[in-house]
Write a protein that binds this ligand. Structure first.
Ligand SMILES: *[C@@H]1O[C@H](CO)[C@@H](O)[C@H](O)[C@H]1NC(C)=O
Ligand SMILES: *[C@@H]1O[C@H](CO)[C@@H](O)[C@H](O)[C@H]1NC(C)=O
Ligand SMILES: *[C@@H]1O[C@H](CO)[C@@H](O)[C@H](O)[C@H]1NC(C)=O
Ligand SMILES: *[C@@H]1O[C@H](CO)[C@@H](O)[C@H](O)[C@H]1NC(C)=O
Ligand SMILES: *[C@@H]1O[C@H](CO)[C@@H](O)[C@H](O)[C@H]1NC(C)=O
Ligand SMILES: *[C@@H]1O[C@H](CO)[C@@H](O)[C@H](O)[C@H]1NC(C)=O
Length: 395
């Protein structure tokens, strides 16, 4: 138990660093225009597509992708190790991760256990480190997500994936080490059964949960981190102590994308399932009015805020703060994003206008790894790697 507590301490310390780091000087700019199709200094490049064949046994599904991405994954796993060893220099935490964590794996639900084992074997990275890599995403995803509805009732979904604040900083070019290391791991995934797309997702190679994705024709989903006092550590602690009915958030969103067949079903599951850590689910459907932000505590839903085009609510937008509270005054991405959406107007909302909003600092910041644009009814799914050259918030 002592060593388990130490792992929790490291998780806690890392997230505290994350929250503190949000207190950066605000840097805002006028709403960007005509940034799409992506080009110029805020566009790093395209994200490759891979097919994940769900007809293969879970152990084998990730082999092709992970063979390509093993070197990039090793780099980031080493960074994670360095951070942990910096917090607890004896090296004992990583020893514990390598030796003890796999013993807990038997408790991951199918298909995740086998998938993670397959990834560890093909990359030759210790299983415990692959598990840690998967767990970290439950806690450090600082993002902006939005769903809009145009005058014709057509829905669009956009998100910036911001990640990596708690690890090192490159002083040579003012960037976050892990944010940079995640860019080569970023992939678009086409999950197929019988050679047919089941869902598509934007993700990081080596992670088996899903944080951003859509089911063509049916719904789109993204997950944003929610900080709360009674946060994820309590969930992890309970889980380690044997309460295995709690669900890892990235696993729930993956299951919903894989197996739910409608907006209503997805909404129902995301509202009711007990989860490991607080979160925001941003869900879009395939017809007018189907768009919401679900604010989740670990056990219950606190709020479901929906589109209401009749009353002029033509978008819902979520960063990392409850909508009924002010954001941290030094991390207000909500007001600039809303200002730009208001400026765009419902008449003129398009995927390219959403890309403009997501390209406006500080909605775009030094933690932004990629931007994803989703059009459920047209089946359009696009992900772009981002950069945020100085001057740019996120330090
Ligand atoms: C910053 O430098 C690091 C190596 O020190 C490199 O990996 C990264 O891509 C660079 N980032 C940018 C935005 O230039
Ligand atoms: C999928 O397509 C490939 C090549 O087109 C084919 O060889 C294979 O039999 C198909 N699999 C299924 C399950 O339809
Ligand atoms: C989806 O459902 C299938 C069939 O019930 C199940 O085998 C699979 O594990 C589910 N996928 C996820 C990610 O939960
Ligand atoms: C929209 O989703 C519903 C399920 O919620 C589905 O029955 C319907 O066929 C979908 N509409 C279109 C046009 O795909
Ligand atoms: C955006 O417009 C809505 C609806 O008119 C308004 O309530 C909100 O205050 C505006 N927000 C900003 C940041 O301009
Ligand atoms: C929408 O875009 C058109 C063409 O760019 C422009 O003329 C019009 O003023 C815009 N509408 C609003 C309400 O901003």
């Amino acid at each position: 138990m002592a060593s388990q507590n130490r792992l929790l301490f490291v998780l806690l310390a890392a997230t505290t660093a994350c929250v503190v780091a949000q207190h950066a000087p605000p840097y805002t700019e006028d709403c960007r225009k005509l940034t799409y199709p992506p080009s110029g200094p805020t566009y790093r490049g395209p994200v490759p597509w891979y097919t994940i064949n769900l007809d293969l046994p879970p152990y084998k599904r990730w082999h092709k992708l992970m063979t390509d991405k093993a070197p990039a994954l090793r780099i980031i796993v080493n960074s994670l190790k360095n951070v942990v060893n910096a917090f607890v220099p004896s090296g004992k935490v990583m020893q514990m991760v390598d030796q003890k964590l796999p013993g807990l794996l038997g408790n991951f639900p199918s298909p995740f256990e086998e998938e993670i084992k397959g990834i560890a074997d093909v990359t030759e990275i210790p299983l415990g480190e692959i598990i840690s890599f998967n767990i970290f995403y439950e806690f450090f995803t600082i993002c902006t997500s939005l769903v809009t509805e145009d005058k014709k009732g057509h829905l669009l979904h956009g998100r910036n994936m911001d990640f990596g604040v708690f690890l090192g900083w490159n002083t040579n070019n003012n960037s976050w080490t892990v944010t940079e290391e995640l860019k080569p791991l970023s992939v678009n995934l086409d999950f197929q059964r019988n050679n047919q797309t089941v869902f598509k997702a934007a993700s990081f190679a080596g992670y088996v949960g899903m944080l951003t994705g859509f089911k063509p024709g049916l719904f789109s989903l993204s997950l944003n981190e929610r900080f709360a006092m009674n946060g994820g550590y309590m969930g992890v602690l309970e889980w380690l102590m044997g309460k295995k009915d709690i669900n890892w958030i990235g696993f729930i969103t993956r299951s919903v994308l894989e197996n739910s067949t409608s907006y209503e079903e997805a909404k129902n599951i995301l509202t009711k399932t007990k989860i490991m850590a607080p979160a925001y689910f941003i869900l879009g459907g395939n017809r007018s009015g189907e768009g919401c932000v679900i604010t989740r505590d670990r056990k219950v839903s606190l709020d479901v805020y929906e589109l209401n085009p009749e009353q002029g609510r033509w978008y819902v937008l979520q960063t990392n703060y409850d909508r009924w509270k002010n954001p941290f005054f030094l991390d207000d991405r909500r007001t600039p994003a809303k200002t730009c959406l208001n400026h765009t107007t419902q008449e003129n909302i398009t995927l390219s206008a959403i890309y403009d909003v997501l390209s406006t600092k500080p909605v775009l910041n030094k933690l932004t790894v990629f931007t994803t644009l989703m059009d459920v009814t047209k089946g359009q799914f696009e992900t772009y790697l981002r950069d945020c050259p100085d001057p740019c918030i996120g330090w």
